[in-house]
Design a protein around this ligand. Structure first.
Ligand code: DGJ
Length: 745
């Protein structure tokens, strides 16, 4: 069955201006602006449409029409900077659109058709520019949404087929953006399970650099559909011109950066065209994922804060709400638990001040009990041998302890050794006539199939209906596409799989959001598998990594925080030595790292020493106090763990600049060095602040060498704290300090 992709909400809005100029009219500029930034599109007299500029807003932008085209040689410049470059229009470089028309013609030439502007509210404006083929009834409709206060732009492109028959789309980018600078530095992500979100920056040379994923359904452990492009110099937190962009898509993605023969940078962002031809019939439309981007002239810090505000305001569930403290059972119990183990964990979690207990993998399946990862996945009935009083028994117990209850699911997957696989082999993604590649002993269910979508939806919906007190769902996904083939899709539609799967997934997320608006959803995806703006729209948070080692997490969280606010990054304190890395670190360090994000605990409480248990209780109480600033404040990253200082530090400041929380970590051994100086940011230079340390290490008071510090705290001006800074006694590896900074009258 053909999947009709949705046309954006733009059609439902009242357009404040609708224009359609004749191809022979004089040139004009379409401004697409936020409070500080502008993207300017020129419609030339011959109806060619070009992107002329993206950056700081220009007063008098209209003159653009008088000083274009830019090149000496029109034969070259006329093929540059089209709003949406297509194959067959003189381009010899990368293009945004490749398609075969109903009559077999593989070329497309687009010209201006019309444009419209609609104001959604004081902050949000939609601008639609529609292009049409010079010869065929084929339309390309480009929707820009601007978020004025956040200085965020989004772009979605819809291909509309009014031809006499099917057209085959061989690649349709969401967006094309040309940029001019002398030098271009690209920061991208790489990694793998338990080692995700490593950032690396390189200066780009001539030719094309591609960031992509072909993993299909869980695409961010080894990379990210997100990038930082720094112009003229390496990216810095506070200085320099950067563009940060991200594709809101959980499937295969492709971001291309091509420096052309004019030394201009051409950015293309979209779903990956790899084996992804998509055929649409007459009167059908194909809508691309959304590309989200912003610009900053004061470094990546400002660009990140733009993105954080936009995520909290528009692209995450309940972005203005603080997230509770979680205890997740996985590292404390793994598959080895019974009712007694879990009820004891609930008791301990409650006594620590934890707000939600989450029961992880292992609670289900009877014919093939899920006591390890080899069987039972897909059989979502309670294992009463393990839990004689079922889920309700645990919920009742949690209620007695005044703590909420959450549960783990992995609805997209199946173990071959399961009742589900026996009953519905046709629901499994497999390569016909091939042997199977298992990953974590499991296979992928085919979410292109509406029956499978219904099944996956019901895995969660049934739980939430049968147990209305479930407050939290952890949605796991422990493999990517390895085998390929859908018994649901027709043989000439197999290449639709990549797109249709993700739309199937999103339709489930969407229904769950609508029907269970109060339940918290975590995109776990094996740890950092769905750190993308497509998925987070339907969730409250991501699980940052299965690597819970605090030192590793400083790096991982640093990477995620470039695009995601701390509120959305689940970071848990686990046992020492750490189960993944074997590295030991003090309880203070582990808490100080996790408290900079959405704090959780992931250990067996009864294994904690008396002192560590006491620390845990106090730290959770302190976190609840500083949580509004950490989760909803502005993040300023002060010292990068990637610097060679051996330190990392960041500060959160509330919007009123009245409260701030500073985090600082030592991640190396420092031999007879000066104490590190951290210059704060984001404070009001004219305010006086009281600085007190949150849970100092009793044996090694981190604030001891801060001038004027005593146990009552120091009073210092915002100006002093930002210019002179603070000096901290954190010298040994894995020492850390947290300071609360509060404005006084
Ligand atoms: C991978 C997740 O990331 C872990 O937190 C845990 O839920 C396991 N799967 C359970 O199988």
């Amino acid at each position: 069955m053909k999947k009709l992709l949705r046309l954006g909400a733009i059609l439902n809005l009242l357009f404040i201006s609708t224009l359609a100029h004749a191809a022979t009219s004089s040139p004009f500029v379409i401004p697409i602006e936020t409070s500080q930034k502008g993207l300017y599109v020129l419609v030339e007299a011959d109806a060619q449409v070009r992107v002329c500029y993206f950056g700081d807003k220009i007063e008098g932008y209209d003159n653009i029409k008088d000083i274009y085209p830019v090149g000496e040689n029109p034969e070259v410049s006329n093929t540059k900077r089209s709003l949406y470059p297509t194959f067959g229009n003189g381009y010899v470089d990368e293009v945004a659109l490749k398609l075969t028309h109903a009559d077999g013609n593989m070329t497309t030439r687009l010209v201006y058709d019309s444009h419209k502007v609609a104001k959604v509210d004081d902050n949000v404006t939609l601008t639609n520019i529609t292009l049409k083929d010079q010869h065929y009834p084929l339309y390309v409709s480009i929707d820009y949404t601007t978020y004025s206060n956040e200085n965020i732009f989004t772009q979605t492109t819809t291909i509309k087929n009014s031809e006499k028959g099917d057209i085959k789309i061989e690649g349709a980018a969401s967006a094309y953006l040309p940029v001019v600078a002398e030098k271009y530095y690209l920061t991208r992500y790489y990694g793998s399970w338990a080692g995700e979100m490593n950032m690396t920056e390189t200066e780009l040379g001539d030719g094309i650099t591609v960031i992509d994923s072909k993993r299909g359904v869980r695409t961010t452990q080894d990379g990210m559909p997100s990038f930082i492009l720094s112009l003229n110099g390496e990216a810095s937190e506070q200085h320099g011109e950067v563009i940060m962009g991200s594709l809101a898509w959980s499937g295969n993605y492709k971001l291309s950066f091509e420096i052309d023969n004019l030394k201009e940078m051409n950015i293309f962002a979209g779903a990956n065209d790899f084996l992804s031809d998509y055929t649409i019939g007459r009167k059908e439309e194909f809508e691309t994922p959304k590309f989200v981007f912003t610009h900053s002239n004061s470094g990546t810090g400002q660009a990140s804060r733009n993105l954080h505000d936009w995520v909290r305001g528009y692209n995450i569930r309940q972005g203005d709400v603080e997230r509770p403290v979680v205890l997740n059972s996985w590292e404390g119990a793994y598959f080895k638990f019974d009712e007694q183990v879990i009820t004891k964990m609930i008791d301990d979690a409650a006594s620590m001040g934890v707000e939600i207990f989450v029961l992880d993998d292992g609670w289900f399946a009877t014919k093939y009990p899920r006591n390890n990862d080899k069987q039972g996945l897909g059989d979502w009935h309670i294992n009463y041998d393990k839990l004689p009083n079922g889920i309700q028994g645990l919920i009742d117990h949690a209620k007695l302890r005044n703590i909420k209850f959450g549960i783990w699911v992995e609805p997209e997957m199946v173990n071959p050794k399961s009742e589900l696989a026996e009953k519905h082999p046709d629901w499994i993604v497999t390569s016909p006539n091939r042997t199977t590649h298992l990953m974590r002993n499991q296979q992928l269910l085919d979410l292109t199939n509406p029956k499978v979508q219904e099944f996956a939806y019901n895995v969660v919906a049934d739980l939430l209906t049968d147990y209305p007190d479930i407050a939290y769902i952890k949605w796991d996904a422990n493999r990517h596409v390895g085998d390929f083939g859908s018994s649901y899709l027709a043989k000439d539609e197999q290449s639709h799989f990549w797109i249709d799967y993700i739309h199937g997934l999103y339709s489930i997320y969407e229904r769950l959001e609508q029907n269970f608006p109060d339940v918290i959803f975590q995109a776990c995806a094996s740890g950092a598998g769905r750190v993308d703006y497509g998925s987070i729209k339907y969730h409250h948070e991501v699980w940052g990594s299965d690597n819970t080692d605090a030192e590793s997490r400083i790096f991982i969280n640093w990477g995620i925080n470039q695009f995601f606010p701390s509120q959305a990054v689940a970071s848990h304190v686990s046992q020492s030595p750490n189960h993944q890395t074997g590295h030991s670190s003090p309880i203070k360090f582990r808490f100080d790292v996790a408290m900079a994000q959405r704090l959780g605990v992931e250990l067996q409480p009864k294994l904690l020493s008396k002192n560590d248990l006491e620390w845990t209780k106090q730290a959770i109480a302190e976190y609840k106090r500083i949580r509004p600033v950490v989760q909803l404040g502005d993040q300023y990253r002060l010292i990068s763990p990637y610097s060679d200082t051996g330190y990392a530090s960041m500060i959160y400041v509330d919007k009123a600049q009245d409260r701030a929380v500073l985090f600082a970590y030592s991640i190396g051994f420092h031999y007879r060095e000066l104490y590190p100086t951290v210059k704060l940011q984001g404070l009001d230079r004219n305010k006086m602040y009281k600085v007190t340390e949150v849970m100092p290490n009793k044996n090694n008071n981190s604030g001891k060498y801060l001038y004027a510090y005593d146990s009552e705290g120091a009073v210092l001006s915002g100006d002093f704290l930002m210019k002179y800074g603070m000096k901290l006694n954190i010298i040994k590896r894995n020492q850390s300090a947290v300071f609360e900074i509060v404005a006084i009258e």
